[in-house]
Design a binder for this molecule. Structure first.
Ligand code: COA
Length: 299
């Protein structure tokens, strides 16, 4: 049975009633004029849904008299929800579909007893930013999307003791003490992937830390890292130098690195550049267990 939620004119239908090909087509139509082109295909959408715990029963497609208006998806994890893939077809914007989709997702989250929601919005996306503010989301920080093209030959690796981390050990490390990460970088995302491993570096002066990453065919991505002793910029330069020495031909693509991350100088020194910036927004109070070092801003 198709479950529908009625607003005066816009009908919201669970995304699970649509095929992945249909959802991909709707999504791509909503993004034809997007600030940063991000077209999807059905295989990539399937991977996205699996990696980020998107619940298609809680995700919605907006329709009006058989016309598709837009789509929005909800990620669901313990005590938190994530708003993603929101888009309304260009010709039908400013008629309430975006708001209806967002209110529908928030209602789905509430139904699952999730009172805390997270999202990211690309800087200068005024329509979406305004919509999120209107619905009670508040800004918590800025995030960077970083890219690095291969530099051949790679820079010399820093002198350090280097130990490879296999997937189970890598996943065990990232599960603890990393604060509240943006959804894409939470340990659940890496847990949902197979090709995850890492490396641990110890420098001669005792500085040490680790890096966990996903190695795709042509790309290194989804970094999680920590400095356990010493300067983050020094430790990060050491683990990056070993990583890029090991994989000199791979591109690197990192999403949602916090703008005040003390490891950032090492990324710039290693040839990373900023592709674009996002604003992270939350709604509701983060559950105490999730906060881990990041405070809800007072204003
Ligand atoms: C963001 C988006 C989903 C909004 O959808 P929409 O159907 O046009 O939104 P609504 O008509 O429901 O508008 C709701 C509120 O959003 C804000 N808003 C929407 N478009 C706006 C614009 N062009 N400028 C400023 N505010 C805007 C307003 O606060 C509006 O309320 P109002 O109409 O009472 O002023 C749509 O612009 C879109 O698909 N953009 C491209 C994809 C995208 O940016 N997705 C979000 C990624 S984070």
């Amino acid at each position: 049975m198709i479950q529908t939620i009625h607003s005066p004119v816009i009908e919201l239908i669970p995304a699970s009633q649509f095929s992945l090909a249909q959802l991909t087509a709707i999504y791509n139509q909503t993004r034809v004029d997007y600030l940063i082109p991000m077209p999807m295909n059905a295989a990539r959408l399937a991977e996205y849904i699996q990696t980020y715990d998107v619940d298609l029963d809680a995700s919605l497609v907006a329709c009006q008299e058989d016309q598709l208006l837009g789509v929005a998806m909800l990620g669901v994890r313990q005590e938190r929800a994530w708003i993603t893939r929101l888009g309304v077809l260009p010709g039908t914007r400013r008629h309430g579909a975006g708001r209806a989709l967002m209110e529908g997702l928030l209602a789905q989250a509430e139904k699952r007893n999730l009172h805390f929601s997270m999202l990211e919005v690309i800087k200068n996306n005024t329509p979406a930013h305004q919509l999120f503010l209107k619905l009670g989301f508040y800004e918590v920080g800025e995030l960077l999307v970083l890219r690095r093209a291969p530099i051949i030959p790679p820079p010399d690796p820093v002198i350090a003791d280097v130990q490879r981390l296999e997937r189970p050990e890598a996943l065990d490390l990232i599960a603890h003490d990393r604060g509240t990460q943006p959804w894409t970088n939470q340990s659940e995302s890496l847990n949902n992937l197979q090709d995850v491993s890492g490396l641990r570096v110890t420098l001669p002066d005792g500085s040490r830390g680790w890096l966990v990453y996903q190695r795709q065919k042509f790309t290194l991505t989804r970094f999680a890292y920590k400095t356990e002793a010493g300067s983050p910029a020094v430790v990060a330069y050491a683990f990056l130098s070993h990583l890029h020495f090991q994989y000199p031909r791979l591109d690197t693509y990192l999403e949602n690195i916090q703008v005040n991350d003390p490891h950032l100088p090492a990324f710039y020194r290693m040839g990373y550049i900023e592709a674009f910036g996002r604003i992270e927004m939350w709604r509701g109070a983060p559950p105490p267990g999730l906060l881990g070092g990041r405070e809800k801003p007072s204003n």
